[in-house]
Design a protein around this ligand. Structure first.
Ligand SMILES: [Mg+2]
Length: 276
C-alpha cells in the first residue's frame, strides 16, 4: 500500500511538472544581451554617431530659424533668447555600460554600487557626443546637462563630464541634477521650463522619452507621444539607443517598485507580443 501511494505521488508530481508552463532553465541576466550590444557591437557605435552627426546637420537650421524650439514648455516670445541645448547625462553623453557589466557579473541589480560608480568619474563619453557639443559650443549655444542623478552626485558628474572633454564644464553650474532646486523632481519638465525662461531650447538629446516629454506614462501613452512628435525626431529631439533600462521598462510594470523579482519577470514575459 505504501509503495502504491508513493507511486501515485510520483506520478502526480511528474505530471504536474510537465504541465507547469514557463519554466525558464537558462539563468542568464536580463541585461546580458543589451549590455553586450552596447559594449561590443559596431552597430551601437554607429547608431550613436548617426544620431549626433544628424543633429549637427539640423543645428544650423535650428539656429537660423528664430521660430524653432525643441521644448513643449517654451512660451512665446522666445525668438530673441540665446539658443540652448539640453542633454541628459546617463546613456546620452555618459556611457555607464561598465557599471551595468558589473551588475551582471556580481548578480546584483541597480542601484547597487551606483553612487560609487558615479564618483569613480570614469564613465566614458557616448560616441559622437563630445564632438556634437563642442561644435554647438563653437556656434555660441549654451549647453545644459540635465540629469536625474541625485543632487549629491552633482560634483562627481560634473568632474566626470569635464574629464571626458565636454564643453562648458569649467564649473558645475551647467549640470542640473534632481532636487538641486525646489521643484526639480524626477519629472524633467520643471527644469526645461526653467531653462526656457532665459533660453530658446533648440535641441534636446536623451535616451528616454521622459527626457523630452511626459512622465510616468503608460506604454500606450508613450507610443502615442512619440508618434505625435514624429516631425521633431532627429531634428529637435535626438534619441540615443538604450536597450538596457529606462522608463520603457518601468512602464511595463506600472512603475511599481514593490513588485518582487518573480512578478516583475512574469509581467515582462506577459508583455511580449508574439502576434501583431
Ligand atoms: Mg539617460
Amino acid at each position: 500500500m505504501k509503495y502504491l501511494l508513493a507511486a501515485i505521488a510520483l506520478f502526480l508530481a511528474v505530471g504536474c511538472a510537465h504541465r507547469t508552463p514557463y519554466v525558464y532553465h537558462r539563468q542568464t541576466n536580463e541585461l546580458l544581451h543589451s549590455v553586450l550590444w552596447m559594449q561590443r557591437s559596431a552597430e551601437y557605435y554607429a547608431a550613436c554617431e548617426t544620431v549626433y552627426l544628424g543633429a549637427l546637420d539640423a543645428l544650423d537650421r535650428a539656429l537660423a530659424d528664430t521660430g524653432w524650439t525643441a521644448a513643449s514648455e517654451q512660451k512665446l516670445p522666445y525668438g530673441t533668447k540665446p539658443p540652448a541645448i539640453i542633454v541628459d547625462c546617463d546613456e546620452t553623453v555618459l556611457d555607464n555600460s561598465a557599471y551595468e557589466a558589473r551588475l551582471i557579473l556580481d548578480q546584483k541589480s541597480y542601484p547597487h554600487g551606483w553612487d560609487d560608480w558615479c564618483c569613480e568619474e570614469k564613465a566614458p563619453a557616448i560616441p559622437g557626443a563630445v564632438e556634437y557639443l563642442k561644435e554647438a559650443h563653437n556656434k555660441g549655444v549654451a549647453i545644459f546637462y540635465v540629469t536625474n542623478r541625485d543632487v549629491k552626485l552633482d560634483e562627481c558628474t560634473w568632474r566626470n563630464l569635464r574629464a571626458m572633454g565636454f564643453p562648458q564644464t569649467a564649473t558645475a553650474e551647467q549640470v542640473l541634477t534632481k532636487d538641486e532646486r525646489e521643484g526639480w523632481g524626477s519629472d524633467k519638465s520643471t527644469r526645461r521650463e526653467y531653462i526656457a525662461k532665459t533660453h530658446r531650447i533648440v535641441q534636446i538629446a536623451g535616451d528616454n522619452l521622459d527626457d523630452f516629454i511626459g512622465y510616468k506614462k503608460t506604454t500606450e501613452e508613450r507610443e502615442r507621444l512619440a508618434k505625435d512628435y514624429m516631425a521633431w525626431w532627429g531634428q529637435r529631439w535626438l534619441m540615443l539607443p538604450n536597450p538596457a533600462y529606462g522608463s520603457w521598462e518601468r512602464a511595463l510594470i506600472n512603475y511599481d517598485n514593490g513588485l518582487g523579482d518573480s512578478l516583475m519577470l512574469r509581467k515582462k514575459y506577459e508583455s511580449l507580443v508574439p502576434l501583431r
